[in-house]
Write a protein that binds this ligand. Structure first.
Ligand SMILES: Nc1ncnc2c1ncn2[C@@H]1O[C@H](COP(=O)(O)OP(=O)(O)OP(=O)(O)O)[C@@H](O)[C@H]1O
Length: 287
């Protein structure tokens, strides 16, 4: 991997090129692009998530499952420093990306978010044209050489090009919910990140649109590393290579906190979980 630091001066790659990797890889195994170690996340005085340790494997899909409030979205957002945008939120422990601690003071969170993009639960296109939505991040990141090509590539990558190529000037808000979510994926991949974080990307979609996104994820994983939070255990079982099962417990003071119960190969987690709490959850006895 390249050793470009995550600073605001990170050079933009040319159209068609993958963004350079960040940092040295000395501290991580070759197929581990990110590593969470002893991660705790606070909202003010609320120690909401405790002691999470898990790897994120490169060019694989990692799923995070667990009951509501166990901290899945909180952990997901910590992987690209989106929690920085929430007043009072704080992360301790370490999260490395390509061997570099993304919370180190030298690291620019905006550069982190260009390398580690995000797609949200509810499609959130800007009230702009389809073209301008995809071009948005490219313009912000000054990646405007070959802009038309970059937009086309991103829309092709998100399996949306054929449906919109004759209407690029149309408002993104006129697209269907599933198309809007694929547009948001196109917007995220346009700046050529290495990791895509997806927070329940199908929860607002019907089964057909959901199937399209799952199919798309299977294609995207050839070029990107994907981490998905999902409430849908079947979805996690269908699409992911590894699964992290989170749960929530009460501490001695009666405060509720989320933690990682089990992380393993998806097939193993669903067929032969190591922890009885995982077994209870996946069999529907809890949650
Ligand atoms: N912006 C926030 N400000 C304060 N507390 C928050 C915030 N977001 C989450 N929390 C708290 O952190 C804990 C974990 O919430 P989080 O949304 O990460 O869980 P989750 O597993 O993703 O839940 P769900 O499946 O319902 O989306 C909860 O106690 C929640 O109240």
């Amino acid at each position: 991997m390249n050793t470009t630091p995550v600073t605001s001066g990170t050079a933009a790659p040319a159209a068609g090129q993958q963004a350079p990797a960040v940092g040295s890889v000395a501290a991580t195994a070759p197929d581990t692009i990110a590593q969470l170690s002893d991660v705790s996340i606070y909202y003010g005085s609320n120690h909401a998530v405790r002691d999470v340790a898990m790897p994120i494997a490169e060019n694989q899909i990692t799923a995070m499952i667990g009951p509501s409030g166990c901290g899945k979205s909180t952990v997901l957002r910590s992987i690209n420093r989106m929690n920085d945008l929430i007043p009072g939120a704080r992360v301790t422990g370490s999260i490395t990306f390509a061997g570099q601690d993304i919370y180190s003071p030298q690291v620019d969170p905006i550069a982190v978010r260009r390398h580690i993009g995000m797609v949200f639960q509810k499609a959130n296109p800007f009230p702009k044209s389809i073209f301008d939505n995809v071009a948005y991040g490219l313009r912000v990141n000054k990646m405007t050489d070959g802009l038309q090509d970059r937009v086309e590539q991103a829309l092709r990558g998100a399996a949306l090009w054929d449906e919109v190529k004759d209407n690029l000037k149309k408002s993104a808000l006129a697209l269907s919910g599933g198309q809007q979510q694929r547009l948001c994926i196109a917007r995220a991949i346009a700046v050529q990140p290495q990791v895509l974080l997806m927070d329940e990307p199908c929860s607002a979609l019907d089964p057909i649109a959901t199937a399209k996104i799952e199919e798309l994820m299977n294609e995207l994983v050839n070029d990107y590393t994907i981490v998905i939070v999902t409430h849908n255990m079947q979805q996690a079982a269908r699409v992911s290579h590894s699964t992290a099962f989170f749960s929530a417990e009460l501490d001695d003071a009666g405060d509720r906190f989320g933690h990682l119960v089990e992380f393993s190969d998806t097939n193993k987690l669903f067929s032969n979980p190591a922890d009885s709490r995982t077994a209870d959850y996946i069999s529907g006895r809890f949650g």
